[in-house]
Design a protein around this ligand. Sequence first.
Ligand code: NCD
Ligand code: ZN
Length: 345
Amino acid sequence: MTNIITIKKPTDCHIHLRDDAYLKRTVADAAAQFNTIVVMPNLTPPIAAIEDALSYRQRILNAVPATDKLNPLLNLYLHKGTTATLVKDVANTPYILGFKLYPRGATTNSDAGIDDISQFYNIFAAMEKHNVPLMIHAEDNSPTTDIFDRECFFIDKHITKLHKAFPELKITLEHITTKEAVEFINESPANLAATITAHHLWINRNDVINTKIKPHNFCLPIAKRKEHQQALIDAATSGNSKFFLGTDSAPHTQEDKETACGCAGIYTAKNAIELYAEIFDNKGALSQLEGFASINGPHFYNFSPANDTIEITKRQQKIEDKLEFGASIVVPFKSNEQINWSLAS
Ligand code: NCD
Ligand code: ZN
């Protein structure tokens, strides 16, 4: 039985840090766990220009604790002002990885997202030409689409067509939640990949709504049936390099979650690798953890995995009840619960 593993320091290919006072905590938590992070641009206003991304990156770097180091890579928010010239400039700018596509209104801070994918074909053509990846929040949020069908509908309606039109375009389906998405990625060529969160490996929809409602397990895409959770576990632990770590960790305050109209998002950044390790251990697949967490993402995006390593040990820890975010409180995923793995400091 393995009680301690050493892996290259992981890369989080999908994280929300927010800005200003939030950075102190989100960045410190991320830097303790990750070598490189891919930071999502859904701030208000969105990060949509190169200068804004680079100054955001500097604010992130300023928040890295002196004892740590971190390599933040940024995504730009795809919106109606995005031009083919900007795509070309992104291809030539270090630290900016690609573009994030949010369907308008699909999730937190997506008001500036896009309504009609077909109007962006000139942008996708430029992305394909300059080898700039497209990260997609793949949910069809038209009012008639059931919340549990949103991911499958989006893949059926848009991704297949997009991939056919731009066969070389690098596409990442972010935070996948369904067995259909897993199958789609498995059957696609190497330029299509997917991130998988820790929380979607841990929970299914019964953990969100049951005889009680659990707002801290509510995120988008919403967790699906257990059979989908199982498909995600199988994919993450399979050793297939098209699946990699993206926590989608997103801080929302306790009062914004515990309310009549609570918002979507789960904070896992503080304990992410331990949460993944336990799932891999339960599956007898700890040997696949390093590939999933530290190698597959960097390889897909053509940057180097970490040289540094971390140790994760099979030692129980209790997840903190609440995390202080300046004057606010964030309730982390599995708050107050025991998990079986810990990050060795
Ligand atoms: C994310 C957030 O809060 O920024 N929320 C979430 O439920 N996942 C946005 C996102 O990735 O959808
Ligand atoms: Zn996200």
